[in-house]
Ligand binder design. Structure first.
Ligand SMILES: Nc1ncnc2c1ncn2[C@@H]1O[C@H](COP(=O)(O)OP(=O)(O)OP(=O)(O)O)[C@@H](O)[C@H]1O
Length: 593
């Protein structure tokens, strides 16, 4: 490998993003100028005002659902909080638009954060249920707290703000202001996807388990996404209230939350452009179909269903997929040689477990295992099917809390650390059933590994450089811009290894890395592991291929029924009577070696 300078053009996805950004800029500029230059009826102005303010709120769903994969059915509630803050603040309390809006955004943020903090740890459909409950509570409060909210009558006479030297009282001027805000929000949401936080969000969406193991604090990421979404809901509502100067509770009901969700899904919730497209379409579609009179609602409903069924990624998602057919131009890459910064000091045994146990009810999957893994060695864990190997690896990487015992890494007790904290401490891992971030490019997958907390690479350029180094090491740098799902199985295994390596681990846990590989690929894997060992990396691997284990491992531990039954060099262990008995299915007669 040469020490050549890194040279890689922007991958296809980035070039597409830049083109998208230019389209957005041109569209936004045209849209912003349009209302000022054209004669627009009050009806058209209202439609545009609704489309623009709704889009700001629906962009929140792009963040929480599109990027992070968390279903929220309370966007109309946050929209209502922002709207009522401006309405009540300006009409009843004389606070002025700007202060009222800030209070509304703060209230939305606090409500979103509290809701997220209390419900996102559990995950699954729980968040959706909690958001429905929250939505209903907000609607009930808006309708019934008549003294504060004016009840079903709503609030009228909401004033429009002024900017220094510019009055926004005129509907056209205010619409222009809202378009500028939408442009800023759209740009921020579009850009977010390309940041560390945005990548972490997408990792959580694609595979939450793997995200944690590669260093993403999944809980915090979800709470942040939910809070951003709530703020955008509140911002849309604040703009909406002043735009229409009258609001009432029915505009912020559960039905509206469903409409917001439909808008995001139809356009393509994973993209800011898709969200804008879906919102505009769902506001315009009823108007376009009005000539159908009685059957218009049926046609409208049918159109929405057809789009959802035949375009599950939304209209924008379909357009993006068509544009991506054939893939991007392969990146021309000469990565820098791969490096690992592994501290020389520390105990000779980098990993040590004492009495480690993991029980599932009465099943002792791991049953009091003592283990020492020597620094810089390749240590294999073998045993018959169901002997507890993967469970042990899951306990080591923090996916399972042990029932008993302790784990220490380089002398530091990591028993109670979460997966992302263990990753930050230097534990990298791959999975028996490959767990990649399927909707992302190969480069993005590895970038997420490179950005783990505590890793040496910091800025975006350094992260990309590090990701290319890791990809170069496994021989996939020229495929960086391809979608990870398009790779053959053997290459996907290599991407998983590169993702772990990019984070500069001190200990690499590999769960059956040779599973599904052909003999040539297995040989390449052996070479790769030898090269890694040459870099001083400690490797702890599970595999069933004894010939490969014998070739690569310095040391072997054998498990059976969750207990360690043998330990030593490959030569000794593979001929150990207890090991042979275990593989032949006999009940072991020896104690732990
Ligand atoms: N989440 C779980 N809940 C209940 N039982 C589990 C769980 N995970 C594993 N087990 C059980 O623990 C035992 C050990 O499983 P484990 O997957 O660790 O074995 P393994 O040695 O990795 O097997 P293989 O070589 O087939 O992958 C098995 O009996 C399995 O059914």
């Amino acid at each position: 490998m040469t020490d050549a300078t890194l040279s890689h053009p922007a991958p296809a996805s980035n070039r597409g993003a830049i083109a998208g950004g230019i389209v957005l800029a041109v569209l936004a500029a045209a849209l912003a100028v349009l209302p000022l230059t054209m004669t627009l009826s009050a009806y058209v102005l209202n439609m545009l005002m609704q489309a623009v303010t709704y889009t700001v709120a629906v962009l929140g769903l792009t963040v929480v659902l599109g990027y992070t994969g968390q279903l929220s059915l309370a966007q109309a509630a946050f929209f209502g909080i922002g709207a009522y803050a401006v309405a009540l603040g300006t009409v009843d309390y004389g606070l002025g638009f700007w202060l009222s809006m800030v209070l509304g955004l703060a209230a939305s943020a606090v409500a979103g954060a509290v809701l997220g903090l209390t419900s996102l740890r559990i995950g699954g459909h729980y968040l959706a249920m909690v958001t429905i409950a929250f939505q209903q509570i907000v609607t009930l409060v808006l309708v019934n707290s008549i003294d504060v909210t004016h009840g079903p009558d709503g609030v009228s006479g909401i004033a429009r703000p002024n900017l220094p030297g510019v009055s926004l009282a005129n509907a056209k001027a205010y619409l222009t202001f809202c378009i500028v805000v939408l442009y800023a929000v759209g740009l921020a949401v579009w850009y977010l996807r390309r940041t560390r936080l945005g990548r972490a969000m997408q990792a959580v969406r694609d595979n939450e388990l793997a995200a944690g193991v590669v260093g993403v604090n999944t809980y915090r990421t979800k709470v942040v996404a939910f809070t951003i979404s709530a703020i955008l809901g509140g911002l849309g509502g604040a703009l909406f209230a002043s735009g229409f100067s009258y609001i009432s509770p029915d505009q912020f009901s559960f039905a509206e939350s469903v409409v917001f969700l439909t808008m995001a899904l139809i356009g393509g919730v994973q993209s800011a452009f898709g969200t804008a497209l879906g919102t505009g379409l769902l506001i315009l579609l009823p108007e376009w179909l009005r000539f159908l009179k009685e059957i218009y609602l049926a046609i409208y409903g049918l159109s929405v269903i057809l789009i959802m069924v035949f375009m599950p990624e939304g209209i924008w998602g379909l357009l993006e997929r068509i544009a991506h057919v054939g893939g991007g131009r392969p990146a021309v890459v000469t990565p820098r040689p791969f490096r690992l910064d592994i501290p020389d000091s520390g105990p000779a045994d980098i990993l040590e477990t004492r009495g480690l146990a993991k029980h599932f009810g009465g099943l002792r999957a791991v049953d009091g295992v003592d283990l020492k893994v020597e620094r810089g060695s390749v240590h294999a864990l073998i045993g018959p099917n169901g002997s507890g190997k993967t469970t042990l690896l899951n306990v080591l990487s923090g996916l399972y809390r042990p029932t008993g015992g302790s784990v220490s890494l380089a002398g530091r007790d990591i028993t109670r650390l979460a997966p992302h904290e263990r990753c930050a401490a230097g534990v990298g891992r791959t999975f028996q059933n490959i767990r990649l971030f399927r909707s992302l490019s190969i480069l993005d997958n590895v970038l997420i590994g490179a950005q783990r907390p505590g890793a040496p690479a910091k800025g975006e350029a350094a992260l990309r450089e590090r990701a290319f180094e890791a990809l170069g090491f496994v021989g996939l740098a020229d495929k960086a811009s391809e979608l990870v799902g398009s790779l053959p199985y053997g290459h996907q295994r290599l991407v998983e290894i590169a993702r772990a390596l990019a984070g500069n681990p001190t200990l690499l846990l590999l769960d059956e890395p040779a599973a599904g590989l052909n003999p040539t690929e297995k040989q390449e894997l052996v070479e790769l592991l030898r090269r890694l060992k040459g870099h001083g990396l400690t490797i702890f691997l599970i595999d069933h291929d004894m010939a490969m284990v014998e070739r690569i491992a310095d040391h072997i531990t054998v498990l059976n029924f969750g207990k360690r039954i043998a330990e030593g060099t490959p030569r000794d262990v593979l001929r150990h009577p207890a090991v042979i008995a275990a593989y032949l299915g006999e009940v072991p007669t020896h104690g732990a070696a």
